[in-house]
Write a protein that binds this ligand. Sequence first.
Ligand SMILES: [Zn+2]
Length: 287
Amino acid sequence: MPELPEVELVKRELSTVQGLTIERVEVSEKVTLGHNAGKLTVVKEPVDVFMKNTENMKIISLGRRGKYLYFILQNGDRVKYLIGHLGMSGAFFHLDSLDDIVEYNFRKHWQVIFRLSDGSMLVYADIRRFGELRTIDRLSDFLPVVRMAPEYDDEAAAEHFVGAVRHPANAGKAIKAVIMDSTVVTGAGNIYACESLYDAGILPTRKAGNVSVKRLRDLFQAIVDVFELSLSQGGSTISDYRSSTGGSGEMQNRFKVYQRKICPEGHDITTKVIAGRNTFYCTKCQR
Ligand SMILES: [Zn+2]
């Protein structure tokens, strides 16, 4: 699943759509069949509303909040946000033709095509269809964003993190489960939670209420450092994640515990399911 660095990289790569107008929107047969069956497959509102809110709108700019990517659309006084979440395996592509999508599975599983005013297209492809696209009037209308912690590079983020982890409701939960909660810190999924806990020397199974404030500050800094390392490496390329241009990042080569057998200090890695996700850690380096 793409985490914050991967979504940020997609946002940067898609800056080429800025200034273009969405002339026409097409949805896949899977989306249509899903909607006809009463399931809001990928497009989380009626397709006619989605089209009305995006067609003939100019893409003014792009933004990211946590793992959500958004496009600000405008036509005269009318402004809409097209907001998307890549789910498990979503990807955006900006290209001239579907044939330009290198990976067969993404080419085959396109879900939404936005035809743009210069003849190019913005394609949302999603093999497993857990991703989400919707339109909203403003970010403050969208509850997952309203509840979200400050961005990791916001100066208030570290204090928010310490306070949120130490909230009594989290005291008995595993620290790893708590840091994957977007109301605590934005954008840390399974991979970066495992890696940052290793860097901070904290066992993922430790109860959040038993981690000192000093260690929580170290952990927050470890999360920031792991995000920034990943951004510098072009993100992680594992299983379903592909950048919008079909390129691949190198962060997976820098993992210290995630999907590893031996930690950098030469100890055996332990794996355990925490909060439904396979967790990798070292019982010697982490306590
Ligand atoms: Zn170790």
